[in-house]
Design a protein around this ligand. Structure first.
Ligand code: CTP
Length: 447
């Protein structure tokens, strides 16, 4: 019996896949089809796959051509499979010509002509394209403009940006640059808002009233009444309002939260997060503070994310300790917040005028997690136990600091009409509540 194996993602199963499988089957008597696992695809940079692994497997099974379907989970697995299943022929499309010659040591390698004119990528791109507008300072939106290029189904249509010359130079493909936000709204389906936090409410509301989807830097707004008004408005208008904390969408961070919810270090008793940067307050340049993000807005949401995601929004009490540099006491260069829960504590330490080690430590009854600086864009963490033989290190692919995955989730939320579950509404609201307390000096000590 001649055994043949072939591999693929088989997203949105199409005629090219069908023909490939037919010809692979005809090469022998028994066909094994390896379908790529979601994580494996992400790790090799294929982040836009629409269908889940189960849906893709079902599509392959439905052809009736595969005698066996297996899941491809890791790099190097092909050699293992060929030996384990005693394979005679490895078959793959000519888009991979030459790339699998190294398998000739183990079996015959056949490249089959790729069917012209169809691909999963094209099918994904044919779906309704979301036209995105960007709002904010050049520095705030440039990373998002760049990352959009990697996301299927999303196109940057225009921007409302301060430095148009620089933007045009870096992103010549983006045709429409304006100072008129309403004009931008008229041309897009969705906006990414990275304006100053004091402008978020106005920018979001105007977008929602025109039925535009919104991805907004956190904090979404500066008080809870406004937050509730806007979330209700988004619902009423049938559009998405999503919190843009990129860390929430990065693989390592997301997996870490899932592992801890599953009890990997026992009960979580303490969460301690530090985030600092001196970038736009360097050389004690405390000028033009009104246009800059203070510490609580720039770092607060990211640092509070693991606190609220692991311990929930219902803390018993908190103390906000801040150091200000302006008379109005709006611009904090350093803030520390201590939270007390019924059975846990948490602290965040954040600064734009103070520097510290940007690590995340989560302590539990059976062990602890250490995420080295800068933890908010990590691809790695370690779970440590009393017996260090049980310590485990976890590595994950991280592209575009999480922004790319965040944009993919935004598009998915728009397509499905369901909010992304990566950041719960209760978490976004709890963040806004703390920011509101900060501005009203509730539970605050100044130093
Ligand atoms: N294939 C083919 N003809 C096509 C598309 C795919 O013969 N028009 C083959 C590929 O060469 C591969 C298998 O089908 O052997 C699975 O390919 P996959 O990567 O899942 O499909 P693509 O359509 O190429 O997906 P994408 O656009 O996401 O790369």
């Amino acid at each position: 019996m001649i055994k043949v194996i072939t591999y693929g993602t088989y997203d949105l199963f199409h005629y090219g896949h069908q023909r490939l499988l037919e010809r692979a089957k005809a090469l022998g008597d028994y066909l094994i089809v390896g379908v790529t696992a979601d994580d494996f695809d992400k790790a090799r940079g294929k982040i836009n796959v629409e269908q889940s692994l189960m849906e893709r497997i079902e599509a392959v099974k439905k052809t009736g051509l595969a005698d066996e379907v297996i899941v491809e989970e890791y790099e190097g697995q092909k050699i293992d499979d060929i030996q384990r299943y005693d394979i005679d022929i490895f078959a793959i499309g000519t888009d991979w010509e030459g790339k699998f010659d190294y398998l000739k040591e183990y079996c015959k390698v056949v490249y089959l002509d790729r069917t012209q004119g169809v691909s999963s990528t094209d099918l994904r791109a044919e779906k309704n394209l979301v036209r995105l507008g960007l709002v904010g300072k050049y520095d705030g939106i440039r990373k998002y403009a760049a990352e959009c290029a990697y996301v299927n189904g999303l196109n940057v249509e225009g921007a409302c940006v301060d430095d148009k010359i620089l933007f045009r130079k870096e992103f010549p493909g983006v045709q429409f640059l304006t100072d008129d936000y309403d004009e931008l709204l008229g041309r897009v389906d969705a906006v990414y808002i990275a304006s100053h936090p004091s402008q978020h409410y106005m920018h979001i509301k105007r977008a929602l009233l025109q039925k535009k989807h919104v991805l907004c830097e956190s904090p979404i707004v500066l008080d809870v009444v406004q937050y509730e008004e806007l979330t209700a408005l988004a619902k009423e208008q049938g559009v998405i309002l999503m919190d843009a904390i990129k860390t929430a969408y990065s693989m390592a961070y997301n997996r870490l939260i899932l592992l801890l919810k599953g009890g990997k270090i026992g009960r979580v008793v303490s969460v301690d997060a530090t985030c600092t940067s001196l970038t736009d307050l360097q050389n004690s340049d405390y000028k033009d503070l009104g246009s800059k993000w203070n510490t609580i807005c720039a770092w607060g949401p990211t640092a509070m994310l693991p606190v609220f995601q692991l311990l929930g929004p219902e803390y018993k009490c908190k103390t906000i300790t801040s150091s200000f540099i302006d008379e109005e006491q709006h611009f904090d260069i350093f803030t520390k917040i201590a939270f007390v829960y019924d059975h846990a504590v948490a602290s965040i330490k954040i600064g734009k005028g103070v520097k510290s080690e940007g690590e995340l430590i989560i302590s539990g009854t059976q062990g602890y997690v250490y995420v080295p600086a800068p933890w908010w864009k990590t691809d790695f963490f370690e779970i440590r136990y009393e017996d260090s033989n049980h310590n485990k290190r976890y590595f994950y692919q991280l592209d575009g600091e999480g922004i790319r995955y965040e944009l993919v989730q935004f598009v998915k939320a728009i397509e499905s009409g369901r909010p992304s579950f990566y950041i719960q509404a209760a978490t976004s609201k709890a963040i806004v509540q703390i920011v509101e307390n900060f501005y009203h000096h509730v539970d605050m000590i100044t130093i």
